[in-house]
Write a protein that binds this ligand. Sequence first.
Ligand SMILES: [Zn+2]
Length: 355
Amino acid sequence: MANSFRCNTYKGNNILDTHDGLWDDLGMRTTLQLPKTLQEAVSFFSDPQKTFDYAVSLRWPTGKVTCPRCDSTEHSFISTRRLWFCKGCKKQFTVKVGTIFEDSALGMDKWMIAVWLIVNCKNGISSYEIARALGITQKSAWFMMHRVRLAMHSKEFVRLGGSGKEVEVDETFIGGAARFMHADKRKVKITERGVKDKAAVLGILERGGQIRASVVPSRRKHELQARVRAHVKAQSAIYTDALMSYQGLNQDFIHKTIDHAESYVDGQVHTNGLENFWSLLKRGLKGTYVNVEPFHLFRYLDEQVFRYNNRTALNDGERFHRVMGLIAGKRLTYEQLTGKGTDSIHHEEAGPGPA
Ligand SMILES: [Zn+2]
C-alpha cells in the first residue's frame, strides 16, 4: 500500500526512534504499540478496537470519560456500538464528538490514514490521491484535509528570537488564484490591491528554530511591523530585505537589511532560510494542490508550517501523534468552509461503523 502514494515522506529519524518517552510527553498513557510507518499505521488502524482505544486515550488522557456536551461523568457505555449514553444530558456521544471528526460519516480507520498522509508527506498530498487511497470522493477528501489542517493550526503565544538570536523576516507572493474568481470580485481585488491577483504572505523564521507564516492584506508598514512585533522578542537580530515597510524596526530590534537588488547574502545578513521555506511551500502549492483559492491559502500555510516546525525532531509516528493530540475542541463545518450546505457531501459514503 505504501508504494501507491506519490508522497515523499520524511525518513524516520533513526536516532530518535528509541525515545519512546515522547509518547508520555504527548499525553499518551497506554501500552499500545503505536505505528511508526505508514505500513504499520494501515495495519494498526484496520483494527477497530485498537483504533478506538487509541482515540479514547487521546481524547481523555486521564482515562476519565466525560460528556463533551455537559461534562457529566455519569454515562453508560454501549460497547457494541462504541458509544456512550450520557445520563446528564440524555444524549449519546462518540469519541468523535467535540473533535475535528465530529459529524463525519467516515470511519476512524480512514481518518487515521488521511491524517498520517497529510502530516507526513513533505510536499503535501492532493485530495485526489487521498480519495483514491481511501476509496472516497475527492470532495470528501478535500473536506477531510481542511479539517486536519485546522488541527495542524497552532496558536503560538511564545515569541521567537530574543537577545543574541537571529530572525529572518521576508514576504512572498502566492499568485494567480484570482482567475478562479467571479469577474466582479476579481475587479475589486485587483484594483484594491497593488499586486494584481497575488496574495502577500509574511514569514518570520528564527534561525535554528520555528517559523511563522501568515497571509497579510498588504505589505504596508503597519501590517508587517505589527506582525513582527507580535511574533518576535525585542533585542533580536532581524534580517529583512530593503523594503521601506521595515524601516523603523531598529527601535526595538537589531535590524539589518540586505538589498536584493544588489546581493542576496552579506555575511550573516540574508533571508535564505525563508527562501527555502517559500520554495517548499510553492512546490507544494503548484505541484500538489495545483490551485488554491486565496481565502483558503492560510490553511495550506498552517499545514506547511506545521510540517516545517516538526520536521527534524519527530519521526512520522510522532508527528502523526502530535496532530492527533490537537484534534479536540476544534470544528470546521462544510458550511464554514464553503458557504454551502452539507447536503452535497453528506451520506456519500459511510465508514465501517462508529469506531
Ligand atoms: Zn451529557
